[in-house]
Design a protein around this ligand. Structure first.
Ligand SMILES: *Cc1c(COP(=O)(O)O)cnc(C)c1O
Length: 457
């Protein structure tokens, strides 16, 4: 199974769904920087990570060498409920734009959680169950990850404790109720249920909460309750590994029809959908077999790749997690309150950070009004109401298709349509009312957050 020349086809089972995850780290000459112990500044070992994460997931996290991971049968059985996900040619959008470009999108919104996050949630819940754990803890911002995880936990009969960023808890009651319907307990963060939550509340009374703060709380609850571990929906190497199912499946379908993409586009929050979508293509690029333009799209209000620095940073506000080397804006960066489009994490996947630093992929940032314009344009011709996060990728796919219109080039564009926007209608309402505004942080503001990066030599 380690023969890199074996085509993906042989790993297929019924329904054209891959039965292997592909670990792009195996093909990276320079590996992503390891997670680092904040106290000793040494790479985190499996032992260090054991109180926080599930055993099998730690192995995956630290494994830079195994190219293919067989997807366990129990996970494949679950995947079959909604996979393979559709790879769609956007004929109507092409026609509307009048472009000679061919546009394809891989649609991951076709499950109840409404996004790609279920691909990793089910894997993480499976390994927790296999280890005999009682339950898992996590954080959620807008709620997609918490929803996906609560579905996965109910499937494997695990307890699921979700710390939800307080402002979302209050403003997005619907996603909260989906989680509770699937049996999860949902606590607004920061809360009085953890030491770190109490500390943050004492320092910042009336805070709206943030992802970084909710992570700190969820980690504390996991390490202080026997039989619990913490799980994370993005950023980590293991999450990119699980999400490679998106990319391998896309490649299988494109290969079947003899289609070679020129440009592959995805939105980037913590980097998991993009990392998953591009992985087999990036593998070919790393091995020198093919070349593709790969573009990460991020919000102008949270520009980790385009305006961040590549450095070791905390993954959370409470500084309870290991340090990760990544493109980051600083762990206490929080996008401006008018930002409605998700993708608000301060850092970025260490795998993608390394690839970006080596010039293997590009990144662009886009303003949220231009993102919602693209979302509307797409919804009106392609029928799907896209998530604001996904619409970042739509924006740049449209922009690239319009460039082809000018030059007459018939490029093939593939983008990741990560989810649906039915729970984001308050943001759509703002856009429809003409009340949406853009906020781009100034260099001075970004410098202020950057100054708080941990000093490591
Ligand atoms: C969470 C989410 C994202 C961003 O997360 P990544 O880890 O960067 O993929 C994008 N789209 C949707 C629909 C999401 O729920």
């Amino acid at each position: 199974m380690e023969n890199k020349n074996i085509p993906y086809k042989i790993y297929l089972e019924e329904h054209e769904m891959p039965n292997y995850w592909y670990n792009v780290r195996a093909d990276m000459k320079k590996k992503p920087a390891p997670l680092m112990n904040p106290g000793t500044h040494q790479p985190m070992t499996a032992e260090d990570l054991a109180p926080v994460f599930c055993e099998e997931l730690i192995k995956q996290e630290l494994d830079n060498d195994t190219r293919y991971y067989p997807i366990p049968q129990e996970i494949r059985d679950f995947y079959k409920m909604y996979r393979p996900s559709p790879l769609v040619r956007a004929y109507c959008l092409e026609k509307k734009l009048g472009t000679p470009a061919k546009i394809y999108y891989k649609f991951e919104g076709n499950n109840t959680s409404g996004s790609h996050k279920l691909n990793s949630a089910i894997a993480q819940a499976y390994y927790a169950k296999k280890q005999g754990l009682k339950g898992v803890t996590t954080e959620t911002g807008a709620g997609q990850w918490g929803t996906a995880l609560s579905m996965a936990c109910s499937y494997f009969d695990l307890d699921c404790k979700v710390y939800m960023v307080k402002i979302s808890y209050e403003q997005k009651p619907f996603r909260r109720e989906v989680m509770r319907t699937y049996g999860a307990s949902v606590t607004p963060s920061p809360s009085n249920t953890t030491e770190v939550g109490k500390k943050i509340l004492a320092e910042h009374p009336g805070t709206n909460g943030s992802l970084g703060c909710a992570i700190s709380e969820a980690v504390e609850v996991a390490v202080s309750n026997p039989g619990y571990r913490y799980v994370l929906g993005s950023v980590l190497n293991q999450v990119l590994l699980h999400q490679s199912v998106i990319g391998v499946e896309t490649k299988i379908a494109l290969d079947k029809y003899g289609i070679t993409p020129d440009i592959i586009i995805g939105c980037a929050g913590g980097g998991s959908n993009l990392g998953g979508l591009i992985s087999p293509f990036m593998g070919e690029k790393l091995r020198g077999e093919k070349d593709y333009r790969i573009i990460a799209v991020e919000p102008a209000s949270c520009p980790s790749f385009t305006r961040g620095v590549y450095a070791y940073d905390f993954c959370d506000t409470g500084m309870v997690c290991p340090l990760a080397k990544m493109y980051t804006l600083g762990s206490d960066f929080i996008p401006a309150p008018n930002h409605a489009g998700g993708l608000r994490y301060h850092g970025m996947s260490p795998v993608l950070s390394e690839l970006y630093d080596e010039g293997m992929m590009e990144a662009v940032s886009v303003t949220q009004t231009s993102v919602f314009e693209a979302a509307e344009q797409f919804a009106r011709v392609e029928g799907i109401l896209p998530a604001p996060e996904s619409s970042h990728a739509i924006r740049v796919a449209i922009d690239e298709a319009l460039k082809c219109k000018e030059t007459g080039e018939e490029k093939t564009i593939v983008f990741g349509l990560t989810g649906t926007g039915y729970f984001d209608l308050v943001a759509y309402e703002k856009f429809n009312n003409g009340e949406m505004s853009d906020y781009i942080p100034t260099d001075e503001e970004l410098a202020k957050y950057r100054a708080n990066l941990p000093k490591i030599d």
